[in-house]
Design a binder for this molecule. Sequence first.
Ligand SMILES: Nc1ncnc2c1ncn2[C@@H]1O[C@H](COP(=O)(O)OP(=O)(O)OP(=O)(O)O)[C@@H](O)[C@H]1O
Ligand SMILES: [Mg+2]
Length: 204
Amino acid sequence: MTIQKATNIYWHKGAITKQDRERLLQQNGIVLWFTGLSGSGKSTLALAVEEKLFERGHLCMVLDGDNIRHGLNKNLGFSPEDREENIRRIGEVSKLFSDAGLITMTAFISPYRKDRDQTRGLLKDGEFVEIFVKVPLDIAEERDPKGLYKKARAGEIQEFTGISAPYEEPLNPELVIDTGKMNLAESVRTVVHFLEEREIIKKA
Ligand SMILES: Nc1ncnc2c1ncn2[C@@H]1O[C@H](COP(=O)(O)OP(=O)(O)OP(=O)(O)O)[C@@H](O)[C@H]1O
Ligand SMILES: [Mg+2]
């Protein structure tokens, strides 16, 4: 748990609420938290869902692991402590985006259950949707879109999730997308259908 360092700080509330912004945008500000092994399809799926929703007039924001590590989290590595801080910051940023009324999608391995649960705890009930992008390790390794598994097996990358660092599967995710069995189009349809059923977006 991160300690609050500053004292004498007060929350300054504005007249425009999250609900006002949601009304303007005609959608619910929520966080779709994609979690899974490297190569499971988190980035591919989140960006494809964004495209589909954008066509339907919805404003989304995808926060992607490597991109965030280029900026906001460039001072963090892959030790357990840094992974925890990485996810804590992303959790706070995704809360800000969802407060702005956006359908916020995050594509981080986020291997630790307690870190994901901590983010869930930042948000109201129903605002945090955990999507387990599930794939057997051997398929992820075969895909190896960034060549990272090869490097990890060769010992060139330490603490690589699935090889030399743990991945804790979600126990109660809102949605499981098995990309070992479903192609991208089916996976996108499943996510969009879920959002319609939960009335996060209107049916097309
Ligand atoms: N149903 C599917 N959904 C998403 N990607 C799929 C699916 N089926 C196959 N793929 C392929 O799996 C690969 C997933 O790579 P991607 O970079 O999206 O993974 P990732 O989970 O974001 O990994 P990392 O944690 O390293 O960023 C891509 O090559 C993609 O084409
Ligand atoms: Mg990715």
